[in-house]
Write a new protein. Structure first.
Lengths: 277, 322
């Protein structure tokens, strides 16, 4: 009778949790959480009680970026950045490979989704005034992310190497080359010469899949870190924001990954992370 | 509380168990580096390295063994900071741990500065060529080789011929270029040609003939340097139009409508043994007159969308090498 079902499930839980505890013990300092605790904090941290679906746009944009990164890595396994074989390799991906059309389509349309979500997220932050002190730095980082995201679109557009891609890139690069003083030099650097040539495609490919995604990932990490560090802002009409008690019964639990903040008495709680000035 | 204090009570400021600071290992290291480099590239460097290593090795050993040979270590030059009155003069007979430790430029600061300095230097040495490799090739060895596009007789008088050729045959189709060539007959007994680039001077799209390309009469010829030149005659060419943004040009390349900022670029050409050779392209603000008598206002080749004359031309004072 020693092996009761409860004991068994407890044992199973212990076995499953063992690797996590192992990891936590080896990444933490006394009194401070490690990797597992950090992820738990990130996922279950307290946020203002009156956030809405609008606050999920940033996570949505992050998801779109992850989709782009994963599908992009897979496409890179089949794509050949060479003027004589690029178009054929794209055709091969789309027509011959199993689900190639799907992965390429996800990357192709996901690019637009990413940009659209960036703009919606930016609009939400702007309209809610969430760019104000102390979050200006995160706005600036967000603007850089937007610029890099659009550069991804520009450099990725050439890769199918069809007539649309080629001439759109000719126009795009020449547009930048009309910038005063340094424009002509910028154009030559982008093209890898005075005209689009064999080096241009590989250059765009490298920028599209290595340089800019790396910078984007770093900036997104910084962006998230600041979000967690400074906290999520309430909407401008929020009683919490104004320091007033919220009238009426407490609303139903809100959506999203995070648990609703607990309430105690009249004062709507504000998490440590969501403090205001 | 900090256990480091128990181990090193003097915070790296030279203690009894450490050898006297000396500069000779730097020269010794340079010598070793010269030996390794010399082994690969040059015997002279190797010999220099051996000599440097020997000299600085000797000096280093002499300094390091000084205490064992009973000699006094040379006194470190003191900073001008005055010692508090009554402080016993330190450093008269070797380092004196404990009381009377004097303030001088500490070893830790030196090491900090050296680490940062060397790190920065290594960073520059590694970054400079990489950055150069990224940025410079687009500006080097550009140029336009002379392209043989056919015999003079292949170009009927006063008719535009669409000629396509490979700028660099080894690069393949990506280097295909198009020129619109019109034989203007003879001017003062020398042949005259109007040769327009097909790159729209708005943003670089390919302008098309406003007329009828006679594709059935197209001729493809292999010319010098493995080039594959195609010549398509045209009929009733009344000018040129760009499909991208609607720029329009007349038969001399002058802009007649739309967003282009100047006239179409033209090719330099020469005629060798009855063959027409295309050279570098150049930019044109506008053309007065027509055909052989046309007066062409030429400028150095500028990119599409860039003004070459007037105040707007001042925005592009320097052009990259072409």
């Amino acid at each position: 009778m020693a092996n009761k079902p409860q004991g068994r499930s407890h044992q199973l839980l212990q076995i499953l949790l063992y690797p996590l505890n192992w990891l936590e013990e080896r990444t933490s300092l006394p009194g401070r959480s490690g990797i597992v605790g950090g992820i738990k904090y990130f996922l279950f941290r307290k946020v203002p009680s009156d956030i809405s679906w609008g606050h999920t746009l940033g996570s949505a944009a992050l998801t779109a970026f992850i989709v782009q990164a994963v599908t992009g890595v897979i496409l890179a396994m089949y794509y050949k950045p060479d003027p004589n074989s690029a178009y054929e390799s794209i055709r091969h991906i789309t027509d011959d490979l199993w689900a190639g059309w799907l992965v390429r389509g996800m990357h192709r349309w996901g690019a637009s989704v990413f940009i659209i979500l960036l703009f919606l997220h930016m609009g939400r932050v702007f309209l809610y005034g969430a760019y104000k002190y102390p979050r200006e730095l995160n706005w600036i980082i967000g603007v850089l992310i937007l610029v890099l995201g659009m550069m991804e679109g520009f450099f990725g557009y050439l890769l199918p190497w069809d007539q649309t891609a080629y001439w759109a890139t000719v126009v795009g690069v020449n547009l930048q080359a009309t910038g005063p003083f340094v424009g002509p030099f910028l154009g030559d650097v982008l093209r890898g010469g005075s005209e689009i040539g064999p080096d241009t495609l590989a250059r765009f490919y490298s920028l599209h899949m290595l340089v800019i995604p790396g910078a984007l990932a770093a900036l997104i990490g910084l962006h998230l870190w600041l979000v967690v560090r400074i906290g999520v802002s309430s909407p401008p009409w929020s009683p919490t924001e104004a320091g007033r008690p919220e009238p009426g019964p407490p609303p139903a639990p809100r959506k999203g990954l995070v648990a609703p903040a607990p309430r105690n008495g009249l004062a709507a709680p504000v998490s440590r992370g969501a403090r205001r000035r | 509380m900090n256990p480091r204090h128990d181990v090193d009570p003097h915070e790296g400021q030279g203690t009894a168990h450490e050898p006297t600071p000396t500069i000779w290992p730097v020269g010794f290291a340079v010598g070793i580096a010269c030996i390794f480099v010399g082994l690969i590239i040059s015997k002279i460097v190797l010999v220099v390295g051996v000599v440097l290593t020997a000299i600085f090795g000797f000096l280093w050993i002499r300094d390091a063994t000084r205490p064992f040979r009973g000699e006094e270590a040379p006194a470190e030059p003191e900073p001008s900071r005055a010692l508090p009155p009554g402080t016993p003069a330190a450093r008269t007979s070797g380092p004196d741990p404990g009381q009377g430790e004097i303030v001088r430029f500490p070893r830790s600061k030196f090491l900090e500065a050296t680490t940062l300095g060397l790190g920065g230097l290594i960073g520059v040495i590694v970054t400079a060529p990489v950055l150069g490799f990224t940025v410079l090739p687009p500006f080097i060895k550009q140029g336009h080789p002379k392209i043989d596009v056919g015999a003079i007789e292949d170009f009927p008088e006063n008719k535009f011929v669409i000629a396509t050729y490979l700028l660099k045959p080894e690069d393949g189709e990506v280097s295909r270029r198009t020129a619109y060539i019109r034989n203007n007959g003879f001017l003062d007994e020398s042949p005259s040609f109007t040769i327009l680039s097909n790159r729209c001077v708005h943003l670089g799209c390919p302008v098309q003939v406003n007329g009828l390309p006679l594709d059935d009469e197209a001729k493809t010829e292999k010319t010098a340097g493995d080039n594959v030149v195609t010549r398509i005659p045209t009929a009733a060419a009344a000018g040129f139009g760009c499909p991208c943004h609607g720029g329009q040009y007349d038969t001399e390349g002058n802009r007649t409508a739309g967003p282009p900022v100047r006239a179409l670029d033209r090719y330099q050409f020469e005629i060798v043994d009855g063959r027409l050779l295309l050279g570098q392209t150049f930019s044109v603000s506008d053309v007065d007159g027509t055909g052989a008598e046309a007066k062409i206002h030429t400028y150095r080749l500028a990119g599409p969308g860039q003004h070459v004359d007037g105040p707007e031309g001042w925005l592009y004072p320097v052009q990259p090498p072409r």
